[in-house]
Design a protein around this ligand. Structure first.
Ligand code: NAD
Ligand code: ZN
Length: 358
């Protein structure tokens, strides 16, 4: 048996208001005359958060739209624009936002030091060189992108992450205060990404004590936030931020499962966002995750959340086929959920049926 040797986030600061330490944190990493590039969710244009970003010299803010999930072509474009504007490598890239802004920051930091297109590196351990120094600052909790060794990208032929030892952030700033303005549905969808990570990890074949301990803690925190509380207060912001971290740590050493595999297919064909896509899929998976789905439905009801329906009503056979193809490429996810013989259990017809219900 060969055990996997994982890199982790090198440094992390946690606390309400810790965002204000960013200047001090970045100072030792600032290289002579080389700017920092801040990739910031455009929800923060003209906000107090944007005003608190510590800019010096040629430092630059690039506002990122989270309307679409990250694409390899945009990663390449951002990289090319930065190279063209500065003529030299920046000191580092800082992502401020949800999974979208954080994944852009990871991917651009990688592509500033690797030739070609981001699409060339979608897969596992394909990078030639380390990334530039990069920092992640989540402003909505759940994806675990702040701890993970992937940056999830949609490319010309697939939706697949750049999974590598160079992908994790060098520094993360966990400041729960930054999640204050997240709209309710989004809070729930991204929070459920974390809940689903835990259910898929804890019920999977790849489970081990490392993953289990993180997954159980994360699940307990998710329940505090979404089941045992009616309000979104400071405590629940703090808990959800740490649930996301622990959920990410849990899947680092195990794997996600059926909801993620099917959600990737939805996203590739319909552009459905990860959090809401996971909810749409998970809602239909009672046969595979009976306890998790039952609890999920309780949480949906408690918070009166709208889970979109009828997405696949008018899809063509070709679209169903593409969706299924994308889902089926994610072999480790199926193996984790259903075992080595997963292909006998999860046939193309079965997948189509599930999609038809969404
Ligand atoms: P997101 O980044 O797509 O943002 C969702 C919405 O929330 C956006 O409209 C954004 O503007 C808004 N928002 C964010 N912070 C806010 C705040 N403080 N106040 C008000 N609005 C705010 O959401 P997400 O669910 O965090 O990320 C989804 C993305 O993350 C997907 O692209 C998915 O593929 C990726 N992802 C990556 C990993 C990984 O390990 N790298 C894991 C899971 C998901
Ligand atoms: Zn996820």
């Amino acid at each position: 048996m060969k055990f996997r040797n994982f890199p982790m986030v090198a440094k992390v600061v946690y606390g309400r208001g810790s965002f204000d330490q960013l200047d001090e944190i970045l100072a030792p990493k600032r290289m002579d005359g080389r700017p920092f590039i801040f990739m910031v969710d455009d929800v923060f244009v003209d906000s107090d958060v944007a005003k608190r970003i510590p800019l010096h010299g040629q430092d630059k803010i690039i506002f990122i739209s989270a309307k679409e999930e990250p694409k390899t072509i945009y990663v390449d474009q951002y990289r090319d624009e930065i190279v063209a504007e500065f003529n030299q490598l920046p000191s580092g890239i800082i992502g401020i936002g949800g999974g979208t802004a954080m994944d852009y920051a990871k991917a651009v930091a990688i592509m500033l030091n690797n030739p070609g297109s981001a699409a060339d590196y979608q897969g596992w351990d394909l990078l030639q060189n380390p990334a530039l120094y990069h920092v992640g600052i989540p402003t909505v909790s759940g994806t675990g992108a702040e701890v993970s060794r992937t940056t999830v990208l949609t490319g010309p032929t697939k939706k697949l992450g750049i999974n590598s030892d160079y992908t994790p952030f060098d520094q993360v700033v966990l400041d729960p205060e930054l999640t204050t303005g997240v709209p309710k549905n989004q809070w729930f969808y991204t929070g459920m990404d974390c809940y689903i990570h835990c259910v898929e990890s804890l019920t999977g074949n790849y489970l081990n004590t490392f993953s289990k301990t993180y997954g159980e803690k994360s699940l307990e925190l998710c329940r505090n936030v979404f089941l045992h509380k009616d309000v979104r207060d400071e405590e629940s912001q703090d808990e959800l931020m740490m649930a996301s971290w622990h959920g990410g740590m849990s899947i680092a050493y195990s794997q996600v499962g059926i909801a993620h595999a099917l959600s990737y297919g939805l996203s590739y064909v319909l552009g459905t966002h990860h959090g809401v896509g996971n909810c749409i899929v998970f809602d239909q998976l009672e046969e595979y995750y009976p306890d998790g789905v039952k609890e999920f439905k309780l949480m949906v009801k408690k918070h009166n959340i709208d889970i979109p329906k009828g997405l696949c009503k008018n899809l063509t056979d070709k679209q169903f086929k593409t969706m299924t193809d994308v889902a089926l490429t994610l072999v480790p996810l199926w193996e984790n959920a259903l075992g080595k013989d997963w292909k006998k259990i999860m046939t193309r017809e079965k997948i189509r049926k599930l999609y038809e219900q969404m």
